[in-house]
Design a binder for this molecule. Structure first.
Ligand code: PMP
Length: 441
């Protein structure tokens, strides 16, 4: 009997034995193409010798020292490297161990920023109905999935959810993409007005929505309008790039493609590329200076903040992305993947939408293309896709988000940036046989 507490108590999962490049192998010798990089984590693939060496070298020097007492060279170097790449105005990096921790730190940092300024009535966060920000309590409260929050509802902090920017489902037939973007962005202003701007801390959003909906980017102009609304109302903009950051969408930060810079940005997943658990919360000079000139102390902290071995691994990841121009490669291969998916499945009777940016692609399934009617949730299309693809040796990430009562089935593809043309053929081939088995004839 296993003593591990699994995610689903009734499931029996294979045991992973090893990984090389885009493949994982289990203890029975079966090979799997890691088509989603776990959950958009493994941007360099598995068994990368440079990252492995950096970890070993760091362990030979010092594995861990607590940041209450000392900083470390890898943490300092990594922060420098990230700030070099970060959007304009971002100046400081707070290291944590993963995505949820990065969001918790972001939300507390935003609240403390206003507290330092004496604006203590601010307590509301506004987020979107189609979003996932993590599983710790504040991150969970911010996320849009009501079913995830439900068992914990008495423990949730005050968060308000507005419509996502979800062109496939939200844009009306007679509406341009720009008009649609403005319409949904303006919901933010209405929500702020309703709450009273002086009570709102921040708006929190994923530039490209990941885990709830399978790689949904916003329409052009949406985030520019959001930025303006935040500025006009004196609230902060927090962008969650835990999944879509670190090159995944073809630029180091996804928000570069939206032409805006946030006040706080969170990253994780691709930051450590799976080699070490690490995340980070990056903030503007204004936020940092306010705390520096105020109490001088961010009232937060975890034992493993700035873990030297995790930072050394991540520094090797960032250096490799830069040295081998892998983010640019991600953009090129991402376009190829989109074209291949479009030509194989673009006319499929049960494929409603194929979307995303870079090597961050989502496929949404529908029972009827014309009406965009989703499948009956009881069929569990996304779950079946995951299971049948897995049998065929392809790992893809299933999702089924519910927005305003409409539930959609999606799968997410987020392969390592090192994929070759032949790997794209392999993904399409395995998906094709999976679709044949799962979708109606
Ligand atoms: N934010 C986003 C956008 C995510 O996709 C995730 C993880 N799927 C998280 C936060 C939480 O990250 P973690 O699972 O590392 O806590």
């Amino acid at each position: 009997m296993s003593h591990v507490f699994p995610r689903h108590t009734k499931s029996r999962l294979p045991t992973v034995a090893s990984g090389k490049g885009v493949y994982l192998t289990d203890t029975d010798g079966k090979q799997y193409f890691d088509g989603s990089g776990g959950a958009a984590v493994s941007c360099l693939g598995h068994g990368d010798p440079d990252v492995t060496k950096a970890i070993k070298d760091q362990l030979d020097e010092i594995a861990f020292a607590h940041t209450s007492f000392m900083t470390s060279k890898p943490a300092e170097d990594l922060a420098d490297a990230l700030i070099e790449l970060a959007p304009t105005g971002i100046e400081r990096v707070y290291f944590v161990s993963g995505g949820s921790e990065a969001i918790e730190a972001a939300m507390k940092l935003a609240r403390q920023y206003f507290w330092e300024k004496g604006e203590t009535s601010r307590r509301h966060f506004i987020a979107r109905k189609q979003s996932y920000h993590g599983n710790t309590l504040a991150a969970l409260a911010a996320g849009g999935n009501a079913w995830r929050r439900e068992p914990f509802s008495p423990l949730m902090i005050e968060t308000h959810h507005i419509s996502p920017c979800y062109e496939y489902r939200g844009r009306q037939v007679d509406e341009t993409a720009e008009a649609y973007g403005l319409r949904v962005a303006n919901e933010l202003e209405s929500q702020i007005e309703q709450l009273g701007a002086e009570t709102v801390i921040a708006f929190l959003a994923e530039p490209v929505v990941g885990a709830t909906a399978g790689a949904v980017p916003s329409v052009p102009g949406y985030f520019k309008q959001v930025r303006e609304i935040c500025d006009r109302n004196g609230i902060l903009l927090i962008l969650d790039e835990v999944m879509c950051g670190m090159g995944r969408t073809g630029t180091m930060f996804a928000c570069e493609q939206d032409g805006i810079a946030p006040d706080i940005i969170t990253i994780a997943k691709g930051l450590g590329a799976g080699y070490q658990p690490i995340g980070a919360t990056l903030c503007s000079a204004e936020i940092y200076r306010t705390i520096e000139n105020g109490s001088g102390f961010f009232q937060h902290g975890h034992t493993y903040v700035g873990h030297p071995t995790a930072c050394a691994a991540s520094l090797a990841v960032v250096q490799k992305l830069n040295r081998e121009k892998l983010v640019e490669r991600c953009a090129v291969m991402g376009d190829k993947l989109q074209d291949a998916l479009q030509s194989a499945f673009g006319q499929h009777a049960f494929v409603g939408d194929i979307r995303g940016r870079g090597l961050f692609r989502g496929i949404e399934f529908v029972a009827d293309r014309e009406s965009k009617q989703p499948f009956d949730p009881k069929i569990g299309i996304a779950k079946k896709m995951k299971a049948i693809a897995f049998e065929a040796g392809l790992i893809c990430y299933p999702m089924s988000g519910t927005i305003d009562g409409v539930r959609g089935d999606h799968i997410l593809l987020a392969p390592p940036f090192i994929i070759e043309d032949a790997h794209i053929d392999e993904i399409v081939g395995k998906l094709s046989s999976t679709f044949d088995k799962v979708l109606p004839a």
